[in-house]
Design a protein around this ligand. Structure first.
Ligand code: SF4
Length: 367
């Protein structure tokens, strides 16, 4: 492999105690192309995550090929998940990226199980599958192929322009299974965007990706999430955001005001105090105590402001998947194999062929 010889000693248990406890860590790697970032390559035991708290069908399912995200959004609600690894929810979340190098193989095995119901699967609802690491590891093509060949509908939400690389594959996939794509673009002020989401591509680059998705013949929603109170909720900003989304060909837009859950709040407030100290007290009064959501009055005010603008720009208001928080799969409410041209027998045969050589059918035996 081209990065051979660039390994860190994985025996540095004192440096990463949580990771060292994992019995599936292969190695930790740093490379000059990703200055300041360490990749921790692991062999995943499972690929499909069932969204907790779901008692109704269809269940919410997600896949997260990476843990941590170099897009580094200060408001990212996934930050606290890093503390499970004894890493912190701040810089470590941005720079210590766990990579499930075998995720596609494990996924193929899970999807081949007779018990798999072909519920829609969401990618990008926890960490971004098209963050920069994907340029190095290319995990998504294998995931897309596995989902497609098994007849499993899926959705992808991302801020990553690397999505363009996989558009031919996604266009093919959409002939076989429902595929729903969404680009998250919430901040159209370049200086603010670079400050709040320092590792992300610019809004212009993401809008160009929306255009490319549409040119590939696929729908693309734009997520205006999160809208930051007193920073991006002016009529002028929202109007410009919707104008640009419409011009890029967005098929629908979804919006929501900032959520600030417990583990994220200190990180976000630290940023706010540094960049916009004048807003600290206003945010404290909105997100006081354990309050993760913007107050109801604010959300009503925001809806009254943005909904007429959405209509004025001729955009449709999209719907979130209540289970995963991602883009709602167009497969919900219909049978999984309903996409035109989908042939379940052929898909099963192809999957069986593809799975050959993967070794044991039991994912646990992969370790
Ligand atoms: S792109 Fe998404 S997952 Fe990545 S840091 Fe930003 S909000 Fe979190």
């Amino acid at each position: 492999m081209r990065w051979s010889g660039q390994e860190l000693g994985v025996e540095q248990a004192g440096m990463l105690p949580g990771l060292a406890r994992l019995d599936n860590l292969v190695r930790s790697v740093q490379t000059p192309e990703f200055a300041g970032v360490t990749f921790h390559e692991v062999l995943a035991k499972s690929a499909l995550n069932k969204v907790p708290g779901q008692s109704v069908v269809p269940f919410g399912w997600t896949i997260n090929p990476y843990r941590g995200c170099s897009h580094a959004c200060v408001y990212c609600f996934a930050r606290p998940t890093h503390t499970y690894l004894d890493l912190d929810a701040g810089d470590d979340f941005d720079r210590q990226i766990v990579v499930k190098v075998n995720v596609a193989e494990v996924l193929r095995t899970e999807l081949a199980k007779p018990s798999w119901r072909h519920d829609a699967v969401a990618l990008g609802t926890n960490t971004d599958p098209y963050q920069r690491a994907e340029g190095r590891y290319s995990l998504m093509p294998g995931i897309i192929e596995a989902l497609t060949m098994s007849g499993t509908p899926f959705s992808i939400l991302t801020k990553g322009t690397l999505l363009r690389r996989d558009l031919p594959l996604l266009a093919e996939a959409s002939k076989r299974v429902p595929v729903d794509l969404a680009m998250s673009i919430a901040i159209y002020d370049q200086e603010l965007q670079q400050s709040v989401e320092p590792g992300t591509p610019s809004a212009a680059a993401r809008l160009a990706t929306v255009r490319a998705v549409r040119e590939a013949g696929l729908d693309c929603a734009v997520f205006l999430m999160p809208i930051l109170p007193y920073l991006t909720d002016t009529r002028a900003h929202l109007d410009e955001a919707l104008r640009q989304a419409k011009a890029a060909g967005a098929t629908s837009v979804l919006y929501t005001a900032l959520h600030l859950r417990g583990g994220v709040k200190p990180w976000f407030m630290q940023w706010l105090a540094r960049e916009h100290p004048e807003l600290v007290e206003r945010y404290r009064s909105m997100y006081y105590g354990n309050n993760a959501y913007a107050p109801k009055e604010y959300r009503k005010w925001l809806a009254a402001r943005i909904r007429p603008l959405i209509r004025a720009h001729g955009l449709e208001q999209g719907r979130e998947d209540a289970a995963t928080g991602g883009v709602r799969s167009s497969a919900l409410g219909r049978s999984p194999g309903d996409a035109p041209g989908f042939d379940r027998a052929e898909a099963s045969a192809r999957l069986a062929t593809s799975a050959q050589g993967l070794g044991p059918a039991d994912p646990a035996a992969l370790f």
